[in-house]
Design a protein around this ligand. Sequence first.
Ligand code: SAH
Length: 334
Amino acid sequence: MKDLLSLTEEQLKNLLADMGEKPYAARQLMSWLKKGVPFDDMTNLSKGLREKLRRDHTEGYAKINEKRVSTDGTEKYLLAISGGGLVECVLMRYHHGDTLCVSTQVGCRMGCVFCASGKHGLVRSLSAGEMRSEFIAVNKDGNVSNVVLMGSGEPLDNYDNAVSFIRALNVQHDIGMRHISLSTCGIVPGILKLADEGMQITLCISLHSAIDEKRKKVMPVAAAYSVRQILDAANIYFKKTGRRIIIEYTLIKDFNDGSEDILTLKDALHGLNCHINVIPLNRASGGYMPPAAKQAHAFAEKLVQAGKSATVRRSLGSDIEGACGQLKLKREEP
Ligand code: SAH
């Protein structure tokens, strides 16, 4: 069975043309799919066509397995996706519109020590349609204006599907490229390839330290690509797209929060048009501890004093296991 949500407009049109249907039937089908409507309720498509579609295809929708709503309005969803497996996605309410954080893989093989998503390794990559199904399941009221590929999984380890998903968001769901962000742990060939896609999405780099030896302790991928290689690739991305780079810096107590860390970070980022998002580690793990409440702000302030653009990312949904694979992990390891 193939999922219809993975098909581009073009592919959907061809599929229906092969079934002897007129182009308007493809447009009708597309608009139902966007709304998450099941075959049975696609009332303006003939019964015959619906039967034909059902033979080899599913719609590709996700089912909501669990939904939690935080006191701050953040909604966290555990979704059963069409090809099997559970993924999380998070809807965050900001004054500029709703932002949806989608997962790109079931599990993750990057193995960052502090991250819950990769704790059991990679199960599989999601298809573009399965990523779309997260958006469709959660965006029932149509308020989502921003999408970040920042849930579980490494998007550049699932490159083609991630890019197809981004194009579908843009073309089929009217999300502006500038309202889409992709976060990577720093896979250099993927960053360079992305720079040539002609998409003006925001690139976020999970740096967490500008010191290679330190980075290697918490991120196995650091053994493959140095900080210099990653930031050079980010600079190429900026030059080709004009989009300012976001540097993500998960702050870990007594690990990457010292004055040497600030100094190396400042030097490493010299000449790169970027903003630094300081993210307090959200739970103790593997001997790594979250910083004290005020420390993240003090760290960001020091970066600002050093001439950098830096803020602390507002933490949302901490009362509902809002962060990074925690709800799924809780379900699997109660
Ligand atoms: N694989 C991609 C996207 C998913 S992780 C990436 O590495 O960027 C999204 C962000 O959450 C990354 O910056 C990641 O390092 C961060 N993160 C993961 N676990 C965290 C935790 N326990 N506390 C704070 N940030 C965390």
